[in-house]
Design a protein around this ligand. Structure first.
Ligand code: ADP
Length: 477
């Protein structure tokens, strides 16, 4: 019998994307389909979603959804089966999903995503199971729990525990929850309301996006105040590593590349390298070319990379940076490019096509994250023969095999891992990569081994399906 799951999130590729969350939410329906699971994806009705909807029908009209008028519109968009929460007062705006054109968070984000959760709980009652992603959707699980009818089981996935969805206590009356919900066992969190916490407390199962991160978030250093809850509920916490969409991310057919290639035709990458050099104003050279495709934030260790750019150039490396984020870090990379014309190139912004070209043309991708729930760019890098140089944390530790002597000798190495995100640690890892790059055969072996690894959704899709089915089994509480 087909299991019908409502997957709720604030972004989904190809409709709306600010990061890895969108890639995963967009890929899950196809990943679960072979396992007899039908996923309907529920999203806020942002303009990008509403204009993409085809064959749409109104499923329900709310006169008063937490104080606003709204409709649930069902349809198809971007290859996904979608339910959009069309609430113009909340979602019909110019700007990003969480912030306005000025880069500041929308002041009513609490209400916006509470409304998403409230409506999702209503929809979920007609399905077998609710799967909510991150704080923006997590309230759906809390609404189910505090609802009057028998609750549909719920899974909440943590894509990044560093975003708690915290709002001051004054928001509570607007949430339409019973007074007893405002307790430590409910939605209360450090005196206010924590949307992620509320969902994690209410969910029947919690997942996060790699086994290592599932363990790390039991510690204060990574748990961001939720380590106690995670530890208390550890029997219900599962780490399932993200897959990648191997049709969209396929160097043998990627239309964003100057030249397509596979593991046997790696030489064709040099044409992509020339295209990267041209796009980033770099001097043509066959020396090692590093790249970054990232939010420019401290989480991603971008302050550390910015601090070692001079050293990287002195070691003979070049760097192409694609990213946006903290103004301070954007400025630091722009200044590095000005100091090293032809050696460092920077593109501040978000550019999906350019991100593919970098993976297909650069030799290595630098990911010095202080924490990384799963990370997707290293998976794309591995698939594209763009060798990752990354911090040994979270999903990076789970998916990259460090090129130590033993791993190199046995041909299983796929990248470079370093401990502790410090300037010394990163410089040393970059130096190791540059040295390995000088040994052509060694480098080819690293590239080929990474390209051989299977990061498709096969196994992870199966694990989600097993989890859903376990929660629906008659013996599950
Ligand atoms: P996170 O979700 O924490 O930002 P991930 O590595 O899980 O990190 O996912 C990031 C996703 O966003 C990847 O698909 C990556 O290619 C993409 N991405 C990040 N920054 C940019 C950018 N400036 N331009 C294009 N794509 C980007």
């Amino acid at each position: 019998m087909t299991v019908h799951v409502l997957s709720v999130a604030s972004e989904a590729y190809p409709l709306i994307k600010t990061g890895g969350l969108a890639d995963v939410v967009g890929a899950l329906p196809a990943a679960l389909a072979p396992h007899d699971v039908r996923l309907t994806t529920m999203l806020p009705g942002y303009p990008a979603v509403m204009t993409a909807l085809e064959k749409s029908q109104v499923l329900h009209r709310y006169k008063d959804l937490l104080g606003v008028e709204a409709r649930l519109v069902v349809g198809a968009a971007g290859g996904l089966e979608i339910i959009a929460l069309d609430a113009p007062a909340l979602f019909t705006r110019e700007g990003g999903p969480y912030s306005g054109p000025d880069g500041k968070d929308w002041p009513d984000n609490g209400l916006r995503f509470a409304a998403l959760g409230r409506a999702a709980a209503d929809v979920a009652r007609a399905t077998d199971l609710l799967h909510a992603h991150d704080w923006q959707a997590a309230m759906a699980a809390a609404y189910l729990r505090f609802g009057k009818e028998a609750a549909t089981p719920s899974v909440v996935t943590i894509h990044n525990i560093a975003f708690p969805g915290y709002f001051p206590a004054q928001i509570f009356p607007a949430l339409g929850l019973p007074p007893e919900a405002f307790t430590i066992e409910g939605v209360e969190y450090f005196g206010g309301v924590g949307f992620l916490k509320a969902g994690l407390q209410a969910a029947d199962a919690i997942t996060t996006v790699s086994p290592t991160y599932a363990e790390e978030i039991r510690e204060p250093e990574f748990g961001m105040g939720l380590e106690g809850l995670i530890t208390a509920r550890r029997e219900r916490v599962f780490g399932i590593v993200n897959g990648i969409d191997t049709a969209i991310w396929n160097p043998a057919s990627d239309q964003n590349l100057a030249a397509v290639y596979d593991a046997r035709t790696l030489r064709a990458r040099s044409e992509n390298r020339r295209a990267v050099e041209a796009a980033f104003g770099l001097t043509e050279s066959d020396g090692p070319l590093f790249c970054v495709v990232s939010r420019l934030t401290e989480q991603k260790g971008m302050d550390i990379l910015a601090a070692v750019t001079d050293a990287l150039v002195a070691m003979g490396g070049r760097l192409a940076v694609l990213g946006s984020g903290d103004a301070k870090l954007e400025a630091a990379f722009t200044a590095a490019a000005a100091r090293h014309p032809g050696r460092i190139g920077v593109h501040i912004g978000y550019d999906e096509a350019l991100s593919h070209l970098l993976q297909g043309g650069a030799d290595a991708i630098v990911i010095p994250s202080r924490f990384e729930p799963c990370g997707l760019t290293q998976l794309y890098g591995l698939r594209y023969g763009c060798v990752p140089v990354a911090a040994r944390t979270g999903g990076l530790a789970d998916t990259i095999v460090d090129a130590n002597e033993a791993a190199l000798a046995s041909g299983v190495a796929t990248g470079f891992l370093f401990d502790g995100v410090t300037e010394d640690g990163l410089s040393h890892a970059l130096q190791r990569a540059i040295t390995a790059f000088g040994h052509r055969e060694r480098w080819r072996s690293l590239q080929k081994q990474g390209m051989k690894a299977d990061f498709s959704w096969g196994r992870s899709g199966q694990r989600y399906a097993e989890l859903y089915k376990r929660l629906l089994a008659p013996s599950a509480e």
